[in-house]
Design a protein around this ligand. Structure first.
Ligand SMILES: Cc1cc2nc3c(=O)[nH]c(=O)nc-3n(C[C@H](O)[C@H](O)[C@H](O)COP(=O)(O)O)c2cc1C
Ligand code: SF4
Length: 703
């Protein structure tokens, strides 16, 4: 069974929750999300928080950067207009050397006016009266202030060190340096206060410096070893901020990792090295200690986005296929928040793990609130894809065409282009950048499909056709013909680059016999064009060696069937699911088979078998997909002149001259492409399951 989000209805999701035997409920009303949250000195207008999503969109002021840039303003204005009650502004650096990249926000005297303006403009755009909190951070081992890694580490964590070639001689940061950070955090908090923020978050999560300290069991000195020592710096910072800003209305919050999930190291929230589930003993103690210092809001998170992102943000598609069902990952986040909330009722726990639930996220979130399992619900990726989701929660009408589809493209952009936005739903702002960053390549690992209609730019208004094996011969002719018909074209091939492509076609390197490659293909197509209307299953291989049926090897059988049959079947299944979920009516799935589907060639039996079976695949899909408005056809070429038949040209010249087919000529790739073009047109609206022979009449039995 697929691990992707493929629930058509809420009932499907509920059934899967049941199948996984986990305690998640779905509310029928979203009222709980609209309830104000009462802090000691503030009322947050509703229970929905926009989680911090770091952009890297700072602009330069003088020689240093760090002030909010146009994309920063845009992000928070959209979220504010979207009605979120709590806006938790992304990681802002407290110092130069602790910046995660040169474009990270950095609060200092020079950038203060920019932050003032950010608060003001966010409030102006707001439909509710949101509380705005700034996340203060030192990036620690992920510091990259000049664009080059410049790690500042509190201890050696071998599995994380290895990622950035940190060897055991690399120095760990001194106690003096750490002590000096207290003043830096305080200074940053005071500037945030001056800028008009309602509060600050002393961030200790995601592998950054304050978080790393929480697990420094082997570190010597004041900040390592015991729980008291490991949490000392964080708590000192909180105390000092409170002392420096005595105004009780100024909120001190914190975002903490409550489970590090490191495969070998003894991270925070782990009973032992490599523990696979949280042990909240220490996170509970830390939360209590913070609450005792007046911290009211505690946002929880897990994992390390640089190392094990599937723990941090359950996804369908990411840098690697998630080793667990994302439902289980989301559940871990939600359940652990509930456990912490129940252990420290005085804290207002802001939960996470909801974006993966897409249009059903409000159902899950409202149930969590109803059951008191968190005080607030936070959305991360969903704020990029659907910044006004709260407004729609309030009306009870979630627009499934705007939800996040957990494709990780925003994270890739953040990593490789230094900004983060939704490539799929905010295409106007981010799609071109994504295309420029990843020209004509798949850079992503696993699948996200089931994207309902996305906001439509010029390309997404056009229909999109995928042609597998489209770099030459019949496939290329089909691609050129459909391109001339006005479709967006996606072509697959095995090579890194394609030699000749129709203008504006997307090339995706893809071996369709591989599950991951098929899933990449679908995801990449959706990211570029937003939709798939037509799939032409053209890719096929002949046996590497023609051998007599009695000598055919299993390897050759598997190879040919894996590409010609299995690949085509499962790609069609994937695309069909996308079409159904995206409400693509009038879709087409076309199989390019061969006269070999019924003509015996005993020296390439595996090829004949694959094409005969493909014919049944056509019939099955035609039958199943008729009710979904998807038309399925098979085009059966005869002897077609391509470079694949060049080696046997002489043989076929002779056979054709002798009357192999009533029409005595070679078929051309354009003959096949012309038929495909017509099958894609509306005129075939009442047909499905047909086989169209393009063989010069070869199929006619003759005497
Ligand atoms: C591109 C990107 C940037 C993020 N930036 C931050 C950040 O600045 N601070 C932070 O605490 N979390 C950050 N996160 C984590 C999110 O706040 C959130 O915890 C995560 O996406 C899971 O929530 P979701 O399932 O709703 O997306 C970021 C996540 C992504 C994908
Ligand atoms: S790019 Fe958009 S759809 Fe994909 S994970 Fe990010 S927010 Fe979600």
């Amino acid at each position: 069974m697929s691990n992707n989000f493929n629930y058509k209805t809420l009932q499907d999701l509920q059934q899967d929750i049941k199948n996984h035997n986990i305690a998640l409920n779905c509310a029928t009303s979203f009222d709980a999300l609209q309830k104000p949250v009462q802090l000691k000195n503030h009322a947050i207008p509703n229970s929905v928080c926009a989680h911090p999503m770091e952009g890297g969109d700072a602009i330069s002021i003088g020689i240093k950067s760090g002030a909010p840039g146009p994309l920063t303003f845009r992000k928070y204005q959209r979220v504010a207009a979207g009605g979120f009650g709590l806006i938790w502004v992304e990681a802002v650096s407290i110092c130069d050397e602790g910046r995660s990249n040169p474009g990270q926000l950095w609060i200092n005297e020079q950038t203060l006016p920019g932050f003032k303006e950010l608060v003001q403009k966010t409030h102006e755009a707001a439909t509710a009266k949101p509380i705005i909190v700034m996340q203060l951070n030192h990036s620690g081992r992920y510091s990259k202030p000049q664009g080059k890694h410049a790690p500042i580490i509190a201890s050696h964590i071998p599995e994380l060190d290895a990622r950035f070639n940190i060897d055991e001689t690399y120095p760990i940061v001194t106690d003096e340096y750490l002590q000096g950070l207290v003043a830096q955090f305080v200074k940053a908090a005071k500037l945030a206060y001056e800028a008009g923020f309602d509060g600050v978050d002393v961030k200790a999560c995601h592998g950054y410096l304050l978080h790393e300290l929480l697990s420094c069991r082997t570190r010597q000195g004041e900040y390592g070893g015991s729980f008291t020592n490991r949490t000392k710096l964080m708590l000192q910072i909180i105390d000092e901020i409170r002392a420096a800003i005595p105004n009780p209305k100024f909120i001190i919050a914190s975002r903490i990792n409550i489970f590090d999930a490191l495969p070998q190291y003894h991270g925070f929230g782990m009973a032992s090295p490599g523990a696979t589930e949280p042990d909240l003993t220490e996170p509970i103690e830390l939360t209590k200690a913070m609450v005792a210092r007046g911290v009211e809001l505690v946002s929880i998170t897990m994992g390390n986005p640089y190392f094990i992102p599937h723990i941090n943000r359950p996804y369908d598609l990411g840098a690697y296929p998630p080793p667990e069902h994302p439902l289980l990952g989301a559940y871990r986040l939600i359940k652990s928040a509930a456990d912490l909330q129940s252990a420290v009722p005085a804290a207002k726990i802001v939960g996470v793990g909801y974006s993966w639930f897409r249009r059903f996220s409000p159902h899950i979130a409202a149930a969590v609130l109803e059951e008191g399992k968190a005080a607030m619900i936070g959305f991360g990726r969903q704020i990029l894809s659907y910044p006004d989701i709260y407004n729609d929660i309030a009306t009870g009408q979630i627009d499934s065409s705007r939800v996040c589809v957990s494709c990780s493209k925003c994270s890739f952009l953040k990593r490789d282009a230094g900004t983060c936005g939704c490539v799929v739903r905010d295409a106007e702002a981010y799609l071109q950048l994504y295309r420029d960053t990843y020209p004509r390549h798949c850079h992503v690992g696993d699948a996200a499909f089931g994207v309902p209609q996305i906001e439509r730019d010029a390309n997404t208004m056009k229909k999109t056709a995928i042609i597998t094996g489209g770099t030459r011969g019949i496939g290329l002719a089909i691609a050129q013909t459909l391109s001339a018909e006005g479709y967006n074209i996606v072509i697959t091939g095995r090579g890194k680059e394609a030699q000749s492509l129709p203008a504006n076609a997307l090339y995706v390197q893809s071996d369709i016999s591989q599950k991951q490659a098929r899933e990449n293909l679908v995801t990449e197509t959706i990211a570029h064009f937003g939709r798939i209307d037509i799939l032409i299953n053209n890719a096929g291989v002949a046996p590497a060696n023609r051998t007599d049926l009695l000598e055919m090897t299993e390897e050759s059988f598997d190879h040919v069937l894996n590409v010609n049959l299995k690949g085509a079947f499962f790609l069609s299944q994937l695309v069909a699911n996308h079409m159904v979920q995206a409400n693509i009516t009038d879709g087409r799935i076309i199989f390019i088979s061969s006269i070999s589907a019924y003509t015996s060639s005993t020296n390439r039996g595996e090829y004949c078998i694959s094409k005969a079976a493909l014919s049944m695949v056509r019939a099955l899909f035609a039958d199943r997909l008729a009710e979904e408005g998807i038309h399925v056809f098979e085009v059966r070429p005869g002897v077609i002149q391509t470079d694949m038949t060049a080696g046997v040209a002489e043989k076929y010249d002779k056979l054709i001259a002798e009357g192999l087919s009533p029409i005595k000529r070679w078929g051309k790739p354009e003959d096949v492409a012309g038929v495909v073009k017509l099958l894609c047109r509306d005129e075939f609206a009442f047909s499905t399951g047909d086989v169209i022979n393009v063989d010069g009449g070869f199929h006619i039995r003759r005497l």
